[in-house]
Design a protein around this ligand. Structure first.
Ligand SMILES: *Cc1c(COP(=O)(O)O)cnc(C)c1O
Length: 213
């Protein structure tokens, strides 16, 4: 199936209240333009330099999301234009985003990435760090925490995935307010389970663009 029919197909299966991020990491400008032509405007990348490069080479009404692990020394490349950073996983990174946002006269929307998987390799804050980092963030004038992001374990066990997403949903429900309203959970293999658990931002790559070579 073509990229544009994939986009339309996925949009038809998710509720209107759920936003679709087309994850375009390692995809060419041409592939991204096919999704763009199908009406897609939200794209997610996981590498700061690749993101900057694509921003410069693609239409400027695209909203670019940083969804992958972000090193503090790379924030400067994306601070002028990024529309949402999903992967705040330390106070150091939060402080750096605030500094670079200020230099660009911007307020940058951010999600706190929470570690919910059993794998030790996945990044994220521990649930018991959320209070502290939210308190710190209130003093930082150029960042705006709008919600949470999490990745489930890489497993076929749907019950486990469901448990992990439901853990993050509980945290989200504890903090939800006018400002904290976004819950980013779910990729190609598990977005249906994520939506059942209240996700309103799904990050889908291979289901749109095909498997990576
Ligand atoms: C690559 C990636 C995705 C998309 O994964 P697919 O399985 O291709 O849908 C989602 N979220 C993050 C953080 C990613 O790095």
């Amino acid at each position: 199936m073509s990229i544009d029919s994939k986009i339309l197909q996925i949009k038809n299966t998710i509720p209107d209240s759920v936003e679709l991020i087309a994850v375009s990491k390692k995809r060419s400008v041409n592939e991204i333009l096919k999704a763009y032509t199908a009406g897609q405007r939200l794209f997610g990348e996981n590498n700061a330099l690749e993101l900057k490069d694509k921003y410069q080479n693609l239409p400027n009404d695209i909203k670019w999301h940083m969804i992958g692990h972000l090193q503090s020394n790379k924030v400067k490349y994306i601070a002028p234009f990024v529309s949402l950073i999903h992967s705040i996983d330390s106070i150091k990174l939060l402080t750096e985003v605030n500094k670079r946002a200020e230099q660009n006269n911007r307020i940058i929307d951010c999600l706190l990435q929470i570690h919910i998987a059993t794998e030790t390799t996945k990044y994220g804050l521990q649930p018991n760090q959320v209070n502290e980092i939210l308190t710190i963030s209130k003093k930082l004038e150029n960042i705006n925490i709008t919600g949470f992001m999490g990745m489930a374990s890489y497993t076929k066990n749907k019950k486990q995935i469901n448990n992990e997403f439901s853990q993050l949903r509980k945290i989200f429900n504890n903090y939800k307010n006018n400002n904290i309203h976004q819950l980013s959970m779910g990729m190609s293999s598990d977005y249906k389970i994520a939506i059942e658990n209240g996700s309103n931002l799904v990050r889908i790559g291979s289901d749109i663009f095909g498997k990576h070579q």
